[in-house]
Design a protein around this ligand. Structure first.
Ligand SMILES: [Zn+2]
Length: 690
């Protein structure tokens, strides 16, 4: 996976990006044998609550009964229809992993089978305790002066999968998308966002206290006495708070201009003179660099402040914590439990740990996704699905083109540029044409943490060695079984992994209205990302360049401003509103997606003639089925704790607002359900961008 991909996905990747580890998903527990999940219904009549008024709250109408009948399982913080599909995909992936672990038929199966088997061997992990991480702790203990810090950090980042201090990787040059450059960005935090360190309200103060308690307990588990553990935890919090204060907000990171400072390597020395950058780079697999994108310059000043003003012992405590914390989910049970209790239970409200097989399957997908994915697609992705997707994408492209041409607020000059960008869109469907080669990755059947580290080093090596080489446009940013999709502004391409091309998103046996409402809107969503607050700053070649006339840009900003206010007023959980700017790109994509897919559906129905346009199925017109199918993608139940973290960190709005926020901006919805102007789902002044 690319380290820095400012791509826009349909969903937040793999739960919340709580940064406790590069890999950690969750923690330990039961070994109950997996049971096959129930088949998933697309367009589910049983999900509808007919006692709700669709013109007052469409989400309640389309999803009310689903929400009543599908409480959140104990091992989840959020449970929605796409989670059902994720569970199904994960189960099918588990079958491949499990059979490869017991009876491998190929060298590749032996590799991912061994990886999975090592993860499942809890007898061994429990017997070893913290032993697997001890060599890393010893190398930190061995640091005798601050001069040696750079070499140590290189090793911790590359070989030991920690996120100590900052992040270094390759990225496409945003001004020259054919070029791969090196980039450094802020990092080094463990709480979900910089706000958690900075805000002084009661909730954040409490979470910081709980975080400190977690750090103390972790140090004690590793053998420190009470006093030392408390002092070490204080150092961790002090250092991370300084780093947080130097970090850009998530909203600022959405702006390409704010994260682009392509400078000579020597400029890093000016920003952080107390860190030996040359030694650091020599300790990584990166080629010789002459320039680097310093994504977040203020952060590196803050980092220098830490190195200058914190004692060597304090810095070592910080590094020790990061090493232990990253390894904890894959060490013995007490470590797993401790890590789970803070990151999943306290922060996100998850009641119990996922079964071990689930965690090991997810870990295998993340570490060897294109290995096990090769077998997975052979069994689970029929070629017909790809052909059908291609047809749908073509229909959506045509609809977006018509939409652009009909925009009342855009001048012909800018329209021409927008059409050129759309014409240059590329698409990737299902899985890579060419698979990654894992032959050089060593996997041992009795070394879980070592496997995780080697896999991380393998990915880092692959990523950093891209610097200076041509861009591979065929590379994927998600593994084949992933239930998600993304638009990449630097490649100007839309990507749909095989995992999402199934019910409730896509079902060949269903009518066009149901499919356009679900996967059609997803395709339209990804396309609209090319024209949201972030994507609209990139041109057809994937370069950041202004192709707008000033008046069109002003009109665009006014229209997106309407969405910022609309979504910023939504309150997913008492006392916590959404951030209208953080979610702007996704909301714009949702609002564009529903219009474009609707337009595409109308063209299909018109071709089929009057009988298709009027034909009711299950008592619903095609228009009504379209909106219900769309809404049902987002049926979900969410724990309050998760909702609070997501409101600060997730660029996507929660399900109920992805549905109601969108339909209330689209008059065709009100018409389909006989609403009248002024009702909640058909306001007088809707927000319309695309
Ligand atoms: Zn998106």
């Amino acid at each position: 996976m690319r380290f820095f991909r400012f791509a826009s996905a349909l969903l937040f990747c793999s739960g919340l990006a709580v940064a406790q580890s590069v890999f950690a998903q969750s923690s330990q527990s039961g070994s109950a044998a997996p049971t096959p999940p129930k088949p998933i219904q697309m367009f589910d009549l049983n999900a509808i609550d007919k006692s709700a008024d669709p013109c007052v709250n469409f989400y309640d109408y389309a999803c009310g009964n689903w929400r009543k009948n599908n409480p959140i399982p104990g091992d989840q913080a959020r449970w929605g229809r796409f989670n059902e599909l994720r569970e199904q995909d994960r189960y099918l992936l588990w079958k491949d992993l499990n059979s490869a672990a017991t009876d491998p038929r190929t060298a590749l199966q032996r590799k991912y089978g061994d990886f999975y088997a090592a993860c499942m061997n809890t007898d061994l992990t429990n017997q070893l305790g913290e032993k697997p991480v001890q060599p890393v702790l010893a190398s930190i203990d061995g640091l005798s002066d601050k001069k040696g810090l750079a070499v140590l950090i290189a090793r911790l980042q590359v070989d030991d999968a920690t996120n100590a201090f900052f992040r270094f990787g390759s990225e496409q040059d945003q001004k020259d998308s054919q070029k791969q450059i090196g980039a450094v960005y802020q990092g080094g935090l463990s709480l979900p966002d910089r706000d958690y360190y900075i805000l002084d309200d009661e909730r954040m103060t409490k979470i910081r206290k709980q975080y400190k308690d977690y750090a103390v307990a972790l140090f004690k588990l590793a053998g420190d006495n009470d006093d030392k553990a408390a002092a070490e935890a204080d150092s961790v919090l002090a250092i991370e708070t300084t780093l947080a204060k130097g970090s850009l907000s998530r909203v600022d990171l959405r702006d390409p201009a704010k994260r682009y400072h392509l400078l000579a390597l020597t400029d890093l020395n000016t920003l952080a003179p107390d860190f030996d950058w040359n030694s650091y780079l020599a300790g990584t697999p990166a080629p010789t660099l002459h320039e680097v994108n310093i994504g977040t310059p203020d952060f590196f000043k803050a980092m220098n402040d830490v190195i200058q003003n914190q004692s060597l012992d304090n810095i070592k405590s910080y590094l020790r914590f990061h090493a232990l914390n990253a390894a904890a989910p894959w060490l013995s049970q007490p470590y797993v439990d401790l890590n789970f209790d803070f990151f999943q239970k306290t922060l996100q409200g998850q009641m119990e740990q996922e079964a071990r097989w689930k965690r090991c399957t997810t870990l295998s997908d993340r570490s060897l996704g294109e290995a096990v994915g090769q077998d997975w697609v052979k069994e689970n992705f029929p070629p017909a699905a790809k052909a059908n997707m291609e047809k749908l994408v073509a229909a959506l492209e045509k609809a977006l083109n018509e939409d652009i041409q009909s925009l009342p607020w855009m001048t012909p000059e800018t329209k021409k540029q927008a059409e050129a960008k759309l014409a240059a869109f590329r698409q990737k469907i299902g899985y890579p044409e060419k698979w990654r080669d894992y032959s050089k990755l060593e996997v041992k059947r009795d070394d879980l943490l070592g496997n995780i580290w080697r896999s991380h080093a393998f990915e880092t090596d692959w990523d950093l060695k891209k610097i200076g080489k041509p861009v591979d446009e065929k590379e994927w940013g998600m593994t084949p079984p992933t239930v998600n999709a993304y638009y990449d502004p630097s490649n100007n391409d839309i990507n749909f992994p095989a995992g999402i091309l199934q019910p409730p998103f896509f079902d060949n046996s269903k009518d066009p209205a149901a499919n356009f409402g679900a996967i059609g809107v997803v395709i339209g969503h990804e396309m609209t990302h090319g024209f949201d607050d972030q994507g609209s700053k990139y041109d057809a070649q994937g370069n950041v360049q202004n192709w707008w006339t000033p008046s069109d840009r002003t009109a665009f900003d006014e229209r997106t401003g309407c969405e910022v206010n609309e979504y910023g007023s939504f309150e997913p959980v008492a006392g916590q509103k959404l951030n209208g700017k953080l979610t702007l790109g996704e909301n714009t994509a949702d609002n564009g997606g529903i219009r474009i897919a609707y337009q595409a559906l109308m063209s299909v129905l018109a071709k089929e003639g009057a009988s298709a346009e009027k034909k009711k199925i299950d008592g619903y017109t095609p228009e009504q089925r379209y909106f219900i199918s769309f809404a049902q993608i987002w049926c979900e139940n969410v724990r309050d704790e998760y909702a609070r973290v997501a409101a600060r960190t997730d660029p996507h709005s929660p399900g109920q607002f992805r549905v109601n926020g969108v339909v209330q901006n689209f008059d065709e919805f009100g018409k389909a359900f006989g609403c009248h102007k002024g009702q909640p789902m058909m306001p007088e002044k809707p927000c319309v961008v695309w």
